[in-house]
Design a protein around this ligand. Structure first.
Ligand code: SF4
Length: 360
């Protein structure tokens, strides 16, 4: 999966690549996010949106010298006020929810020169402080501890069929909850009716996310056969295509968007979604994402309300993504297996969301 993501090289790695004719021929200045750098700093993809130049029959042909970007996967190093390692749950190699990667993650951190790590951390702390000062001036600040504590209190609500809808309905009302206790907030949310148009909201949001011409930027789902599935929306339809190493695409299934409704969740699926919510709540990157949303909305809404809205939206997107896979696999209900496949199809995009703090 990581070999569909274009690796960007550090200055040290660039020196090695530039010193060899073959390695140099892999470099490009075109980045899949649309940027074009002054000099080549990243590796080409085959056929514009296929796998990395160096992937041959699903094996890295430069394994001994592959960039740190690749060696690091599926670990994401995030910094806000501290350094946190997140595991990308889209990777099919991850088991034990990534717990077995702890020592590998620590060794990755140790391989980064201490001074460089401290410089990154000092900068991300400065940005976090600036964000908090702006929030405080706007009267919308809530501490990370309180936000996490309130969100954790909501996990039992997320264990109900309409829990995601309740959180979204609550955040939509933009309630004033500045001094409310965690129990009070949980009771208010529990008493909120889910929006009537949850299905429409889910479809619209995901249709827009998949409506990109550039295939390399579309979401990828690696199925149990290790096939790369790409989803693209176009002309009211959502197309699932299988991508090959050389960039060749084959249509697997095409669905009318009107048929792509949310599927019902069974109790085991709800439990998996609730567990995933716990993972999100623990991630600094996710708090950074909610902070980024707060920033783009010009500090108009309480940080806790924004966080709850973002949590509800992410879980709704996950629900829709699992439902889409259900249509691909001809399932009419989401069970634990499909919920976990949905998380695999979704987590990469969730971790890629813009965040306050930095990913190194
Ligand atoms: S350098 Fe190797 S590991 Fe890295 S993306 Fe390319 S093929 Fe994959």
């Amino acid at each position: 999966m990581c070999c569909l993501c274009q690796p960007e090289l550090s200055d040290d790695e660039l020196k090695i690549f530039e010193s060899d004719e073959y390695l140099r021929s892999s470099l490009t200045r075109e980045h899949i996010d649309g940027r074009r750098t002054a000099k080549p700093t990243t590796i080409k993809l085959q056929g514009r949106w296929g796998a990395c130049f160096f992937l041959k029959n699903r094996r890295c042909s430069i394994n001994e010298i592959k960039p740190r970007f690749c060696r690091q996967f599926p670990i994401h190093i995030h910094m806000m006020k501290r350094v946190q390692l997140n595991v990308n749950l889209s990777c099919r190699g991850v088991n034990d929810k990534g717990g077995s990667l702890k020592s590998y993650g620590r060794s990755l951190l140790q391989s980064i020169p201490e001074e460089r790590l401290q410089n990154y951390l000092a900068e991300s702390k400065r940005v976090s402080k600036e964000f908090e000062t702006r929030c405080s001036k706007a009267g919308i600040f809530q501490s990370a501890e309180r936000i996490r504590s309130v969100a954790t209190q909501l996990l039992p609500i997320l264990s109900e069929q309409d829990g995601i809808g309740k959180i979204l309905g609550f955040a939509d009302q933009e309630p004033v909850i500045r001094d409310a206790s965690e129990d009070e907030i949980a009771s208010l949310i529990d008493a909120t009716a889910p929006p009537n148009d949850l299905n429409r909201m889910a479809k619209q949001s995901n249709y827009d996310q998949f409506e990109l011409e550039e295939v390399a930027r579309l979401p990828v789902y690696v199925d149990e056969e290790l096939m790369w599935n790409i989803f693209q929306s176009k002309d009211g339809r959502i197309n699932c295509m299988v991508l090959e190493e050389n960039g060749f695409l084959e249509l697997r299934k095409s669905l009318d968007m009107n048929e792509a409704d949310l599927l019902p969740l069974d109790s085991s699926a709800i439990e998996e979604f609730s567990n995933y919510a716990r993972t999100l709540i623990g991630r600094d990157q996710f708090l950074g994402y909610a902070s980024h949303v707060c920033h783009t909305h010009e500090y108009k809404h309480d940080l806790l309300t924004v966080y709850l809205g973002v949590l509800g939206t992410q879980l709704l997107d996950l629900w829709w993504r699992a439902s889409l896979l259900g249509r691909v696999f001809d399932q009419s209900e989401i069970d634990a297996w499909l919920a976990l496949e949905g998380i695999r199809a979704f987590d990469m995009d969730c971790l890629d969301a813009p965040t306050i703090g930095s990913l190194i």
